[in-house]
Design a binder for this molecule. Structure first.
Ligand code: NAD
Length: 471
């Protein structure tokens, strides 16, 4: 049993003032594997005070010094990739198909931000004014459980690049992963107080970060409901916010798509990270006149997405992170049946051969109407809905008929045409033919998928305030 009983404040692992304990589980076995001692408001305040003390000196560090820090952070995370992968597999259940990308990405994001910083001009002329981009002040990051190591790394990397200090509250369900990462980050030897990490409950430590007057900016990744709450709480001190929230991504198979490549790509986008991904393409939009062949291919393709223990490299879908998440996903599968959607594959209950662990069958519904709840609400599990469209106009209308607008997918043969269609999709990113992630491009959502952008120059500027000097 692991006991995580420290928080990281002012460059040291310290015992929190908070005494509440939370249990940590292996979702593949349902066994308790550890406990975490949670910080409280006093710990949150101590972290904010440390970051505030560190801010004046840190915000004056030169670009070259900050680039060196980012390079150092990348190398200490790179050095521990196997340990971090193990922690993510055990505590979260991430399949190797995901950790192979997610953990190296957590190391490389520091180098990506170093490159952005190197090329970024903090001062520019605008008319008769000099405009200087200035670090915003102490930032707070609040992160979810579905890619804990990656989210902490990307938010920390951006803060360092911008010259801001930061306090971070990771998901309370990810304490083993957080601890493994903080051990690496500590080795980088950054000045005390530049980053501080406090395990704790959202409504305790998270809420204190969202309300505290010394926090200038909150960068939050999580559910739309909590994001709205943070926006409301932060309004009292007019905090700047970046909110990365939910999604219900359209995964559009165009008329001219080659199904041999489009179907495997559409399924990868739909089932990524065991379906526990805000960017998952969970609504598969398919032309009605090709529906029969598409359903055959989807069924065949889905059979390759085996659910099971992430220790098995063939496994593509790990368990749901918790009993609560398992129950939630199961309830949506039941709801789909009640709403009259037809099951192509999967369904309620665990996959065959698995009698424990929070495993869900990879499930695809067809004949789904876009006005049903399974097509509108974020399920956050491996459950996809196939929706028919008559022509491209209708495909675009269905794609945009959602409260979300995070990431859309197009699969087809005519690249120029897909670029034209991409312009008409109301979302922060459009991925054509399964293109890989681009860490220099902005990431974030339209509508209720969020406010602001992360990554690249847009992400960096979210941690800066422009100041015009007129002379
Ligand atoms: P969540 O919103 O429940 O929790 C996210 C974080 O917020 C956790 O650290 C939690 O402790 C904290 N929190 C909870 N209540 C709070 C409060 N009142 N004040 C401050 N902080 C509070 O989300 P989750 O269940 O951990 O993660 C799943 C959700 O995250 C999904 O909706 C998913 O779409 C979203 N998500 C979005 C992105 C993105 O980049 N857009 C990425 C991953 C996940």
């Amino acid at each position: 049993m692991r006991q995580i009983d420290k928080v990281y404040i002012d460059g040291e692992f310290t015992t929190p003032h908070g005494t509440e304990m939370a249990s940590l589980f292996n979702p593949s076995t349902e066994e308790q594997i550890g406990t975490v001692r949670l910080g409280d408001e006093q710990d949150a305040q101590a972290a904010i005070a440390a970051a505030k003390r560190a801010f004046p000196a840190f915000s004056r560090k030169s670009k070259a010094e900050r680039i060196e820090m980012l390079q150092h952070l990348s190398s200490v995370v790179s050095a521990r990739i196997p340990d971090l992968t193990q922690a993510m597999a055990t505590e979260y259940g991430a399949p190797q198909a995901f950790t192979r990308f997610a953990i190296p990405h957590a190391a490389s994001i520091f180098l990506d931000m170093a490159k952005v910083l190197e090329d970024y001009d903090f001062e520019r002329r605008m008319g008769s004014a000099t405009v200087r981009m200035q670090p915003i002040g102490v930032a707070a990051a609040i992160t979810p459980w579905n890619s804990n190591i990656g989210f902490i790394s990307s938010k920390l990397a951006t803060a360092i690049a911008a010259g801001t200090t930061i306090v971070i509250k990771p998901s309370e369900m990810s304490a083993i992963q957080t601890h493994a990462l903080v051990e690496c980050l500590h080795e980088a030897g950054l000045p005390k107080g530049v980053f501080n990490i406090v395990n704790g409950r959202g409504d305790v430590v998270g809420a204190e970060f969202a309300r505290h007057p010394d926090i200038a900016k909150v960068t939050f990744t999580g559910s739309t409901a909590v994001g709205k709450n943070i926006l409301r709480t932060g309004a009292d001190s007019l905090k700047r916010v970046t909110l990365e929230l939910g999604g219900k991504g359209p995964n559009i198979i165009l008329d001219d798509a080659d199904l041999n490549t489009a179907i495997p790509a559409a399924l990868r986008m739909g089932f990524m990270n065991s379906g526990q991904a805000c960017i998952a393409g969970t609504r598969i939009l398919a032309p009605a006149h090709r529906m029969d062949e598409i359903l055959v291919q989807l069924k065949l393709g889905a059979a390759l997405f085996r659910a099971g223990d992430p220790a098995d490299p063939q496994v593509m879908i790990g368990p749901m992170v918790s009993r609560k998440q398992y129950d939630r996903v199961q309830s949506y599968i039941e709801l789909g049946l009640q709403e009259g959607a037809k099951l192509l594959t999967g369904g309620p209950g665990r996959p065959e051969g698995l009698d424990r662990g929070w495993f869900t069958q990879p499930t695809i519904f067809f004949d789904v109407r876009n006005d049903t709840r399974i097509a509108r609400e974020e399920i956050f599990g491996p459950v996809l809905s196939v929706i028919a469209y008559r022509d491209e106009e209708e495909a675009i209308a269905i794609a945009n008929d959602t409260q979300y607008g995070l990431q859309a997918y197009l699969h087809g043969s005519d690249m120029a045409h897909m670029h034209a269609l991409a312009e008409r999709l109301d979302c922060g990113r459009v991925v054509i033919n399964g293109a890989p992630h681009e860490p220099l491009a902005p990431f974030g959502g339209f509508k209720q998928s969020g406010i602001g952008r992360e990554y690249g120059v847009f992400g960096l500027e979210g941690f800066l305030e422009p100041k015009a000097i007129l002379s």
